[in-house]
Design a protein around this ligand. Structure first.
Ligand code: ADP
Ligand code: MG
Length: 277
């Protein structure tokens, strides 16, 4: 009888120990890798239809995080949460909390246009304006009231360099952006979305309209932007291509409005790899 209790106790202690180890491992990871976005108990409704269901996750800073999952599972809805683009869709409702570097994005004090200036977005179709390459990138900066020519020149060059397009277009900045190839147009969209040091970039199927080679280029570029020594950013992308997603820093599976790999370890890829690289 006694023996059994001791064994039980031992088992209990060993369980406690192992959960402690797990906790300290996780804490170590958090202190090493900071968090860009913290999502807690997030629900989202289109009318009465629940599209996101109790999502909890941490998005690591300065990494490419790829959301993957079947069509209609809520990937685009989730991405649009982070710069409050869903606000523009009528009859929708959000519950729960999303913090960007600790700041609640649904708080009444948040200025939504400031938020969108910090969190840029690119889509499947780049849809450049029928204007020059220069003006396409200048667009977001002009909205922010930046009109000084030399500031614009410097910032646009920086953004085009960041988007790995500068060398290809530096002598034709005033040509129509529609004259560029699909892959180049997508890089113009990326340059516009990162111009002016935005800390977060959202990308919804950014490679969906590109051939495989250009798609890989975009992923390589995303990783360079996140791992840049001087001015790294955090990228959240949606893709339905598992091969591409597997080359991201982190992959999160979404199914039926829920993240399947939603705990901290999975968010940092610890489940698969056993440890942080
Ligand atoms: N504007 C909308 N109005 C109503 N329902 C929508 C709207 N956009 C998406 N949905 C629904 O929400 C669910 C998730 O859609 P979405 O986020 O677009 O999925 P995914 O990007 O993974 O394909 C789907 O059932 C879709 O029909
Ligand atoms: Mg989608």
């Amino acid at each position: 009888m006694h023996q059994t209790r001791d064994e039980n106790d031992l088992e209990k202690i060993s369980k406690e120990e192992s959960s402690k180890t797990r906790e300290s491992e996780v804490n170590e990871v958090i202190s090493e890798t900071s968090v860009a976005l913290t999502v807690s108990e997030l629900d989202f409704y289109y009318g009465k239809t629940k599209a996101l269901n109790g999502i909890n996750m941490l998005i690591p800073e300065n990494k490419v995080t790829a959301f993957i999952g079947p069509s209609g599972c809520g990937k685009s809805t989730l991405l649009r949460i982070f710069n409050r683009m869903n606000d523009l869709i009528e009859n929708t409702r959000v519950e729960g909390s999303v913090r960007l570097k600790g700041q609640e994005i649904f708080s009444p004090e948040i200025n939504v246009s400031d938020l969108r200036q910090r969190v840029g977005m690119v889509f499947q179709k780049p849809n450049p304006f029928p204007k020059s390459i220069y003006e396409n990138v200048a667009y977001g900066l002009r909205i922010q009231g930046i009109n000084n020519k030399s500031t614009l020149n410097v910032t646009i060059e920086e953004a085009l360099r960041g988007a790995a397009l500068w060398d290809e277009v530096k002598d034709r900045l005033h040509e129509n952006a529609l004259s560029l190839s699909g892959g180049q147009q997508q890089r113009v969209a990326i340059a516009r979305a990162i111009a002016g040091n935005r800390p977060v970039l959202l990308a919804d199927e950014p490679t969906g309209n590109l051939d495989i080679a250009s798609g890989k280029e975009v992923m390589k570029l995303f990783k360079e932007l996140c791992h840049d020594e001087k001015n790294p950013i955090s990228i959240l992308m949606v893709t339905h291509d598992p091969d591409l997603a597997s080359t991201a820093d982190r992959m999160l599976l979404l199914n039926d409005g829920k993240t399947e790999a939603s705990d901290i370890r999975s968010a940092w890829g610890l489940d698969d790899e056993g440890e942080e690289e």
